[in-house]
Design a protein around this ligand. Structure first.
Ligand SMILES: [Zn+2]
Length: 365
């Protein structure tokens, strides 16, 4: 897969320039919003540091063996520590003893079996990275250790990293990348130089999405919550179209799951949660953020709405669903449909709101 640079992600150009010229710390904390190219930024900084023929502005040459190795994810002096699940998603393939991380962290044996991929950075991975940092640099320009996202480190892992942050191995530089620095231990934060990367503005995001061939860019950018062009692109690649997104509220109200079924389960759950957030916002007199063009009902039963929200919040933050995700999704859609249908019946047939006129209440199913 090709590595995106500041040429393709123009909002990274200024922060990269600043880092190349002003940051001399051995540990940088890159504060980059989700879906804004944090990993790409970290790789590009690493490439600048490892390039064997950087230009006068400290930009990597993109030609030397080191640059090629970074871009193909094979530089022996660059290591990225990330949760296994993300590693699979980013196709940052284990080309070394990284493959042993899962087993070392106490998971099931049998690396190729369908065991659950960890969404944390575990202490085993940090210890291995520290060992790696103490071996000699293979191309003589030091080593770069990327932690992405750094807030995925659990507390034991973070504590294991502290000493390395304080007294790094010779020639080691660290790049901790996170969208939420406040989730890091204060002791980790205080040992890093923070670099805050502003999110691209809407015009930049839309221009980029259109350049990527994403249709309905504006709707999709709203769908992800704005300011996250890479996430919008990923959602489009996962099967979400502007049309599907726009029709989603009506479809859910009608119990039609065709649009939702086009999405992978995690995105489908996110879509439901976003719809729920917007319903809560408009029912509280506010504006819809994710579905600004939809005509959302404003007189929903607040108890049922809160219950739906609670049900979604129980599952959405966890990517690793312990039970059948399809059934779970179905139950959540049913709950949303009941919530919206009560409203629809009420809106279409005002008299149906009289208690005796609606004998088949949703909760009887
Ligand atoms: Zn180079």
């Amino acid at each position: 897969m090709t590595m995106l640079t500041e040429r393709e992600l123009p909002w990274l150009a200024a922060p990269l320039h600043a880092i190349r010229h002003h940051e001399r710390s051995h540990a940088l904390l890159l504060h980059v919003g989700e879906g804004c190219g944090g990993f790409e930024l970290a790789l590009r900084v690493a490439q600048s540091w490892l390039c064997e023929h950087p230009d006068d502005a400290a930009r990597p040459c993109d030609q030397c063996p080191a640059c090629h190795l970074v871009r193909s994810h094979h530089h022996a002096d660059l290591r990225a520590v990330m949760p296994e699940a993300l590693r699979a998603e980013l196709r940052w393939l284990a080309d070394s003893d990284d493959a042993a991380e899962g087993a070392a962290s106490g998971s099931e044996s049998g690396g190729t079996s369908k065991r659950k991929l960890s969404s944390e950075i575990v202490v085993g991975a940090i210890r291995q990275a520290i060992d790696w940092a103490h071996t000699s640099s293979s191309r003589g320009r030091g080593k770069v250790l990327v932690l992405f996202p750094a807030d995925a480190m659990n507390e034991i892992a973070a504590n294991a990293l502290l000493k390395t942050l304080e007294e790094p191995a010779d020639g080691l530089r660290l790049l901790l990348c996170t969208a939420e620095p406040q989730r890091l231990l204060p002791t980790i934060r205080s040992r890093c130089q923070m670099v805050r990367v502003p999110a691209p503005d809407t015009a930049q995001s839309l221009a980029w999405l259109r350049q990527q061939g994403v249709e309905g860019a504006e709707v999709l950018l709203h769908a992800v919550g704005g300011g996250q062009p890479l996430r919008a692109r990923d959602w489009a690649a996962a099967g979400l179209s502007a049309e599907v997104w726009t029709q989603l509220p009506t479809q859910i109200a009608a119990g039609d799951t065709r649009g939702l079924a086009l999405l992978p389960v995690p995105q489908a759950l996110q879509a439901l949660l976003r719809l729920c957030h917007d319903l809560m916002a408009v029912n509280a007199g506010g504006a819809a953020r994710f579905f600004p063009k939809a005509n959302l009902p404003r007189t929903l039963d607040s108890v049922a709405l809160n219950q739906w929200h609670a049900a979604l919040m129980r599952v959405v933050p966890h990517d690793d669903h312990p039970w059948n995700a399809g059934l779970l999704l179905e139950a959540l859609v049913t709950q949303g449909r009941q919530l919206l249908q009560v409203h629809h019946r009420g809106a279409a047939h005002p008299r149906a709101e009289r208690p005796h006129a609606s004998p088949h209440r949703a909760h009887s199913t």
